[in-house]
Design a protein around this ligand. Structure first.
Ligand code: ATP
Length: 235
């Protein structure tokens, strides 16, 4: 079943066209990655889906419901989570407060506690740091907190924008392991990465974006073997 369908979207920043007709789909249960170099349009694609940027033309469907240009707070409520590039946690709030912000629409205390325990199960370090201010934690811990906060809404689709950015290789491994684990637990993943090799290694399928256009797509394993991809992104 297709959970996310993107049809020919074009997004502009003022007069600058960032997306030139992007079409993609993500099926329930998949890990799909969108790879491409700096400025290719990866973040804009995610922002256009989650409602942080408006698309000028084209349409987006989530679970067969049209969500084109629906604001971000609405897409969150129907099961989509977007972890932005650079993590964007609340630096002056504690780990616990950050997680509570993630569950803003949940009123039942027992549900919130249950979800927080689920997050601590995935990221035990966050439990140890529960009263520490987000901004004082390491980059890896902040990334875990950003993912944890998104999970507080129990999303069906988790969109991650460059979760490996700026992290030490061993932490990157941990983050990718968690992504795989979340997927095995039933969460569909749309992963944006510059770290093409690792992203393609865990993805069922991948899309390559260049200058606001999809130039190639296929199975993750096939894209890793592709000569053009090797030359451009895996060198
Ligand atoms: P990066 O990994 O560097 O963020 P990206 O593939 O995510 O790259 P985008 O951030 O989506 O790329 O940017 C796509 C294009 O849109 C680029 O040319 C970029 O300069 C431009 N752009 C992005 N954000 C803005 C903005 N707020 N205002 C104007 N132009 C923007």
């Amino acid at each position: 079943m297709t959970i996310l369908q993107i049809n020919n979207i074009e997004t502009y920043y003022g007069g600058i066209q960032a997306l030139r007709g992007i079409s993609m789909d993500v099926k329930k249960g998949e890990i799909v990655t969108l790879i491409g170099s700096n400025g290719a349009g990866k973040s804009t694609t995610l922002k256009s889906i989650s409602g942080l940027e408006k698309v000028k033309t084209g349409s987006i469907f989530y679970k067969e419901q049209e969500i084109t240009n629906k604001p971000a707070h609405q897409t969150t409520l129907i099961g989509m989570a977007h972890v932005p590039e650079g993590r964007k946690i609340f630096a002056t709030l504690t780990v616990k407060e950050n997680l509570l912000m993630g569950a803003f629409s949940v009123s039942k205390k027992s549900v919130i506690e249950e979800r927080m325990e689920m997050v601590f199960g995935l990221f035990p370090i966050l439990k140890k740091r529960i009263d520490q201010k987000g901004g004082t934690m390491s980059g890896g811990e902040q990334q875990m907190l950003a993912i944890g906060r998104a999970l507080m809404m129990k999303p069906d689709l988790l969109m991650l924008d460059e979760p490996s950015m700026g992290l030490a290789p061993i932490i990157v491994e941990q983050i990718f392991d968690i992504i795989r684990q979340l997927n095995q637990e039933g969460i569909t993943i749309l992963l944006v990465e510059q770290n093409a090799y690792q992203a393609l290694s865990i993805a069922h399928r991948g899309y390559v974006i260049q200058n606001g256009e999809i130039v190639l797509s296929g199975k993750g394993t096939d894209l890793i073997e592709n000569d053009e991809i090797r030359e451009a992104y895996l060198a």
